[in-house]
Structure formats: structure tokens, C-alpha cells
Design a protein around this ligand. Sequence first.
Ligand code: GLC
Length: 464
Amino acid sequence: MKKTIVSLILLFTSFSFVIHAQEENVPSWAKETKAEKEKRMEWWTHDRFGMFIHWGIYALPARHEWVQNRERISKSEYKKYQELFNPDLYDPKEWAAKAKAAGMKYVVLTTKHHDGFCMWDTKHTDYKITNTPYGKDILKPFVDAFRAEGIRIGFYYSLIDWHHPHFTYDNMHPDKPENWKEENKNRDMTKYRQYMKDQLTELLTEFGQIDELFLDFSYPGEGGKGHKEWDSESLLKHVRSLMPNVIVDNRMDLNHTTWGWDYFTPEQFMPSEWPTLNGERIPWETCQTFSGSWGYYRDEYTWKSPHQLITMLIETVSKGGNLLLNVGPTARGVFDDRANERLDAIAQWMKFHSRSIYGCTQAPDEFSRPQNCFLTYNPEKKRLYIHVLEWPFKSLQLKGYKGKFKYAQLLNDDSELKFSSPKVSGIEAGGGNMTEFGQSDDVFIQLPVERPNVEIPVIELVLE
Ligand code: GLC
């Protein structure tokens, strides 16, 4: 017993030492209180839903944005896509209108993906959009069009670069020669690190306010790259000095710090609950695809249904997270029919239900989750939203809800829903009345037999 207490004390002391040490190690430029961070991320936490766009010359092969790596295409062979890229139908206003209609409040575009090709007129390489048959910048018109719709701007920027002559060969490099370790002696990562800084300077000074920065990604260890190779601390310092308010993802391999990331990024994965670190809930944004690929993939046939996608949005918010949902435009510059169909379905649902998404988060524990439902909660407006995935017959039982709300309605048409609680607890009360199959602190909401004609109906409770 004594031994346990001593080791507990020791454990606690060393734990607080770690936390303390961590705090002491926060670089001066990164110091920020919890409240300041929350304030900086306020819009993001409120808005919940963004559009990811993966677009680059890999839209031409139309076989995944990693095609250069997957098919081991050499740099010289891959060049043919630069020589052919001509998105003649590109109209960012159309994209922005679709994002807006779908209720997406921010957008994150790939300015450069792992292939190294740049979608803006950067001064630091020739490998860019102005050197294609298209011949014009893509990024400025993009930013203007989305901003005009009131959508916030985020940039994705790949840390990995399979084109830059000083990006050292590693396990993942598609173009590495047999003797790549030897060859790396002719490559100088210092130059590549400077290149990233110079490009980020352009991205963070020439396009107005940038709200989210998605740096992608690290694979530390033997034959990989992590914070040492990127010099992540210095890179992040550079970013913050140019755009202090920007919200930055966690893919620079700084997860061991408290200051080197703003939010976590589960990719094509739904956490079973709100993710925590050292026992504290952390901001998170899951990025998801329509079909498994990020870049346009013509022959990909595992497209999620509108029901799955809307459920994903609801489930994410029900666990306190954001959803960044990806579209991969074609090489002609448009969203394909399959993407449009899904965006339209989301738009139709969001038109009537966005109140259960914006400003919402996980419901307090006192509200139990009814069968086949997800809950979201707006703490400011004091509303609870019950998202009913499977429409039950005539009534929905809310366990322990008695006295917790004063009014109930369907969200799609604001039509009142009556409710009542059993007078006596339990089935032994007899009589066959549905309300008798519950406890006296339960509430039964009376529902129409016919499911409202929306993808996922939502019940709104006005809380006491
Ligand atoms: C991954 C992939 C990439 C995609 C990204 C989106 O890191 O390498 O292709 O852009 O995640 O989260």
C-alpha cells in the first residue's frame, strides 16, 4: 500500500515535471494562453464545415494524386502533365457558389502537392501553373471568388516535394535511383527549407488574410522526414510572424509539444469519441473524401452516399470536431457529376438543418443518446439537436430528459412535437400505453408516422 502511494506520488511529480518542462520550453514567439488560442480559433470552432480541394496536374492521369509515386513515374515522364494541363472550364465562382450552397464556411486548396507542382505564379520555381498551356494564375481568382461568397481561405502546402532538386531522396520518393543515399550528398535540404519559407512568404503575404494552413506531412525515422528535416520550429515561427492568426494543422511532427499545432487531423477516419491529449479534449478536424481519392480519380467507384456524408458531418460535430470534405476537380476545371450530386444533397439538407451544425458541439453528458441518433448542442442558444438516423414508429424515447427542455420541434419545418412522461415508472404500470414502457423521468416525443422528407430528420429541443 505504502509502496503504491510512494510510486503514485513519484509518478505525479514526474508527470507535473514533464508538463512544467514542456511549458518552460515554449519558445517565446509561441506563447499563448488557452483563452487566447480559443479566441483565435473561435470562427473555426463555430463554422465546423469546410471544403477541401485537391487540384493539380495529377487530375490529368486521373488515377489519384499520388500517381507519380504509385506508378513510379520519373520526373521527366511526369512533365507531360505540365505540358498538357489546360483547365479551360475553370470558373472558381462556380466552385465557390457550390461550396456556399453546401453550407461550407471555409475552403482549403492544394497550392502545391507532393509532386511539387505549384498552382500560383511563384517566383521560386518554373514548375508552376503559368508554365502550362493554361498559362494563367489559378490561385488569385480562386481566393477572390471564395472570399466574395464570404468563405474563409485556407491553403494546403505539401512539405514533401518530389520535384525540387534539393529535396533529399527518401523511402517515399518516386524517382529515387538505386544509390539514392549516395546521391543525397548532392542535395542540400537547407536550400529546400529556404524554398519552403520563400514560398510560404508568398502565400501568406500576397493573398490577403489566410485563415487555415494545412502543411502535409511528416514520416519521421529512418528513411523518412520529420521536424528535424523540416526544421519545423523555425518554419512555424516564420508562418506565425507573417500571419499570426492563421490556424495550423499538426503534421509538422510537433505533436510532442503544446505549441507546435492548433488542431489534430484524423484522415479518412472517424474517432470513436472526442480525441484527448493528456486528458484534455483537443480541437480536431477530420478530412474526408467522397470516394477514397483526394485528386480526381475517374475510375474510382467507392463513392459515399449523401446519407453517409451527412451522417459524417453530424457525427463529427457530435464529437466536437470539424469536417473538411474534399472535392477533386477534373483537369477541365469542373466538379464532376458524382461530386455535384453529393454537394447538392448536402446543400438541400443544410438549407434546413445548418442550425444543428454551426455553433454546435458535443452535448453535455446529462443528455443520453437515444437509439439510432446523434446529438449536437448549441451552448449559447441552449438548444439540443437530435439527429434521427432511422425514423422510429410514432415515438422517440428520451431517457432521463424530464424537466430538461420546454419545447420540441422538427427542424425542417419548425413544426411542434408534443411530448409526455409516464406517470408511473415501468412496464408493470400496465395498460399498454407506450408511455408506460419507460421511467417517470423519461420523455416520449410523439412523431408523425411518416418520416419528414429530408435525408436525416432533426428534432430541436429548446432547453430549460
Ligand atoms: C495525405 C496524403 C495526401 C492528401 C492528404 C489529405 O497526407 O498524402 O495525398 O493530400 O493526406 O489529408
